[in-house]
Structure formats: structure tokens, C-alpha cells
Design a protein around this ligand. Structure first.
Ligand SMILES: [Zn+2]
Length: 238
């Protein structure tokens, strides 16, 4: 993952934490990590008293998460939680973001998920990844073909996988989850639980990995030649 810029799409503030340790590692290695959250998380309140303030609270928690993981830039869209739709105006907003960021790799949700926003994020970002690279919708920026597309969750199909060693960043996942204080009821955890788990992970010397599924259309050219009877240009030019 020798990238300069990556773009991570998450349906809600905290979905991106699934790949927290990889983001922390890449940020440390000098990669500019941009996170785009598709919805504002407005339904994520466990107590009716929090309804009015939840969007503000989650934006603050997201900023704390940025600091823990070294996320350089985060955009939280103004689309309501549970209300993300795969329509044309929405698609065009994400085409524009991809063309602005010009990432070397995009990470997003896979299609197999219970949450409608997660599934919508998959299809919207898949489409935006494709259309951003085509000479269309020119007022939304210069075409940018992102070389790599990965899913970080929501996959049950047997797609090829990339495995990243995050042994040196083991506690970064729990540290990031711990910033999401408004969601502790959803996680069924307390601050004391996080504190204990983070301390244990810091002492744990066993290896740790995060895995990513490779979206199939972009992978063939990246396999090394297999010695089979294929034309010289079969794998494309690098
Ligand atoms: Zn979510």
C-alpha cells in the first residue's frame, strides 16, 4: 500500500473505524488519509434527550477520532442518517469529491449488509469510482481513475484479499472506538472497558492484521504474470 493519498468512505461517523489500524499505520508512513462520511449520524442517539445535539456531538467525536488515527481531512455530508439514497444528485457529489481528492486507493463498504445506508454507500461509491474516471460530467472536475478499490467490510463473496500487518498499531482500533462516547450504548461498553482493553492491547506482542477485499474489476493487471499462455500485453501496462 505504497500510496500518497487514500479516500475512505463510511456511511456513518464511526464506520471507518473498522479499518482504524490501517489508517493509523498509513498516516504514520506519510499517506494523506481523507475520510468522507456519507450521512450526519442524526439517528445515532440512544436517549431522546440527545436528539437535538447528536449531530454536533458526533462531529466532535469524529474530530477526536481524527487526532487518534492521524486522519488528515474528514468531510461529514449533510445527508440524514437512514436517508442516504442512490440518486443522481448524490452520486454527482461523490464524483466531485473523488476528482478533488485524486486518491491512489478508495476504501468503502461491500454490498452484504443489513443497514440500508451501508448498502447505499457501497453502490454510490462504486458508481462514483467508475464515473469519476470517465470523461463525463465535466463541470464536476477533471476525470480521475482511482487505481485501487477495496472493501473494508460487508463482503461475503470469495473476493481476493489484501492483508495488512497492523501489529504496531494494535490499540488504535479501541482508542478510536473510545472517542465515540455517544455510541457506548450501541457498543455495550463503558469507558472502563475501553481503558482495560487498550492497556491489554499495548502489552500484547502477538501479530495483528486487517484485511481488505479487492473489488474485482481493478485487480487483474496487478497480478504478476503467471507463465500461462497469455499475450504480452494481457496484464496491461503499468
Ligand atoms: Zn454505519
Amino acid at each position: 500500500m505504497n500510496y500518497r493519498r487514500i479516500l475512505v468512505f463510511g456511511a456513518h461517523p464511526d464506520d471507518e473505524i473498522t479499518m482504524a489500524r490501517t489508517m493509523a499505520r498509513l498516516a504514520d508512513e506519510g499517506v494523506a488519509v481523507t475520510v468522507v462520511i456519507m450521512t450526519n449520524g442524526c439517528e445515532g442517539y440512544p436517549d431522546p434527550k440527545m436528539k437535538k445535539s447528536i449531530v454536533r456531538i458526533r462531529a466532535r467525536e469524529a474530530r477526536n477520532c481524527n487526532r487518534v488515527l492521524g486522519i488528515a481531512r474528514r468531510v461529514i455530508m449533510d445527508i440524514p442518517d437512514m436517508g442516504l439514497t442512490n440518486d443522481k444528485p448524490t452520486l454527482k457529489r461523490f464524483i466531485k469529491i473523488i476528482r478533488d481528492v485524486r486518491p491512489d486507493a478508495i476504501f468503502t463498504h461491500g454490498p452484504h449488509d443489513e443497514h440500508r445506508d451501508h448498502v447505499a454507500t457501497h453502490f454510490i461509491t462504486r458508481s462514483a469510482y467508475f464515473h469519476a474516471g470517465e470523461p463525463v460530467a465535466a463541470e464536476d472536475g477533471k476525470p480521475w481513475k482511482t487505481p485501487y478499490l477495496y472493501y473494508y467490510k460487508g463482503v461475503r463473496a470469495p473476493l481476493p484479499q489484501v492483508v495488512i500487518d497492523v501489529s504496531a498499531y494494535k490499540e488504535k482500533g479501541e482508542e478510536a472506538w473510545a472517542t465515540q462516547v455517544s455510541q457506548y450504548a450501541v457498543f455495550r461498553k463503558t469507558a472502563a472497558d475501553f481503558k482495560r482493553e487498550i492497556a491489554a492491547l499495548k502489552k500484547d506482542r502477538s501479530p495483528a492484521y486487517e484485511r481488505f477485499w479487492v473489488a474485482e474489476p481493478v485487480i487483474l493487471k496487478d497480478f504478476p504474470p503467471l507463465g500461462i499462455d497469455a499475450p504480452d500485453n494481457y496484464y496491461g501496462k503499468r
